[in-house]
Design a protein around this ligand. Structure first.
Ligand SMILES: Nc1ncnc2c1ncn2[C@@H]1O[C@H](COP(=O)(O)OP(=O)(O)OP(=O)(O)O)[C@@H](O)[C@H]1O
Ligand SMILES: [Mg+2]
Length: 283
C-alpha cells in the first residue's frame, strides 16, 4: 500500500475558505463571485454541501471531480438555473460583485444576462446561423440593422467562425459541424455581453480536433470574461485553468475538497483524495 492510499483512510476534511498559498498571481485575484456555504438539494436531498470559494475576475476556474459530485448543480445554482429544475433548491450565499444572487428579489433574467451558460451538447436554435445571434439581440431591444450586423460579425470573429460562415449566414445552424455549433453557442452567449461564462463540459461531445479549437477559444476569453468550466479532462484543466476546485462525494453529498491555483493543486495537492484523483487512483 502506498503512502497516498494509506492516507485515503484519513477522515474527509472539506475545504474551508482561507488564504491561497502565496506565489505570483496568474491574473489579478479580485473576487468576481463569492460563494459562501452554498448547498444544493433536489426534493429535500442535499447533493452539494456547504461550498465556499472565490471565483476570480478574468480568470478561468476549472471544476473537477468524479461523476455525481455536484459540479453541474454548483454551476446551475450560480445563474439560478436551479429555479427551473423541479424540486431543486440552492441555499447559502452567492455574491456577484457583492450583490446577493440567491436573494428572492434578484432579477433572474438580468442575472442570466450577466452569467451565461454553455452546455455539454451544442444546442443552437434550429434556425439560421444569423438568426441564432440576432434573436438574443432583438430580445435585448437592439433593433438597428447596422448595429446588429456589426455585433454579429464581431462575435463571430471572437469565436473564430467569421471566415468559416460569413458567406452562409442564412444557412441552418444545424448544418454546422459539432465544433462549429459549439462555437456558435459560445458566440450566442457572448453577444449578450455577459461578465461570467459557465461552461459545463463544453468539449466532451466534440471530436479531438474540434475540442482543441474550443479549448483555444476558451483560453482566448481569459482576461475579458470570468470563466468557470467543468471538465473531466484533467490535462485540459491543467492547460487552461488559473484556479481549480476539486469536488468529491462523501456521505452521499458532494463536497469541495480542495481549491487552489491550478498548477499548485496538480503539483502539490493538499488533500490525499485530490492526490489520488489526479493520479487516477480514485474516481
Ligand atoms: N434535476 C435533478 N433532479 C434530481 N437529482 C439530480 C438532478 N440533477 C442532479 N441530480 C443529482 O445530484 C447529484 C449531483 O449531480 P450533478 O449532475 O450535479 O453531478 P456532476 O458532478 O455534474 O456529475 P457528472 O460529472 O456526471 O456530470 C447526483 O446524485 C444527481 O443524481
Ligand atoms: Mg455534470
Amino acid at each position: 500500500m502506498t503512502d497516498s492510499t494509506h492516507s485515503l483512510n484519513a477522515p474527509i476534511t472539506p475545504y474551508t475558505l482561507g488564504e491561497l498559498e502565496s506565489g505570483p498571481p496568474c491574473c489579478v485575484p479580485v473576487p468576481h463571485l463569492q460563494v459562501r456555504n452554498l448547498s444544493v438539494s433536489y426534493h429535500g436531498v442535499k447533493v452539494l454541501s456547504d461550498v465556499s470559494l472565490d471565483v476570480y475576475r478574468g480568470c478561468i476556474t476549472a471544476l473537477i471531480g468524479p461523476s455525481g459530485c455536484g459540479k453541474s448543480s454548483f454551476l446551475a445554482s450560480l445563474n439560478r438555473l436551479t429555479d427551473l429544475l423541479p424540486g431543486a433548491q440552492a441555499s447559502g450565499e452567492v455574491l456577484l460583485n457583492g450583490e446577493p444572487t440567491l436573494a428572492a428579489e434578484q432579477d433572474v433574467s438580468r442575472l442570466r444576462l450577466r452569467i451565461g451558460m454553455i452546455f455539454q451538447k451544442p444546442n443552437p436554435f434550429p434556425l439560421s446561423i444569423r438568426r441564432n445571434l440576432e434573436l438574443p439581440l432583438l430580445e435585448r431591444g437592439i433593433r438597428q440593422k447596422q448595429d446588429i450586423n456589426r455585433r454579429i460579425e464581431k462575435v463571430l470573429c471572437d469565436v473564430g467562425l467569421w471566415e468559416e460562415v460569413k458567406d452562409r449566414l442564412q444557412a441552418p445552424a444545424m448544418r454546422l459541424s459539432g465544433g462549429q455549433q459549439q462555437r456558435l453557442c459560445i458566440a450566442r452567449a457572448l453577444i449578450l455581453e455577459p461578465e461570467i461564462l459557465l461552461m459545463d463540459e463544453p468539449c466532451s461531445a466534440l471530436d479531438p480536433l474540434s475540442s482543441a479549437v474550443v479549448e483555444e477559444l476558451v483560453l482566448s476569453l481569459k482576461g475579458r470574461y470570468t470563466v468557470i468550466i467543468v471538465t473531466h479532462n484533467l490535462a485540459q484543466a491543467r492547460r487552461i485553468a488559473d484556479y481549480a476546485a476539486f469536488f468529491w462525494v462523501s456521505e452521499k453529498s458532494g463536497k469541495l475538497i480542495e481549491f487552489n491555483r491550478c498548477q499548485s493543486l496538480f503539483k502539490q495537492p493538499q488533500h490525499p483524495l485530490t492526490e489520488a484523483y489526479i493520479a487516477g487512483l480514485r474516481g
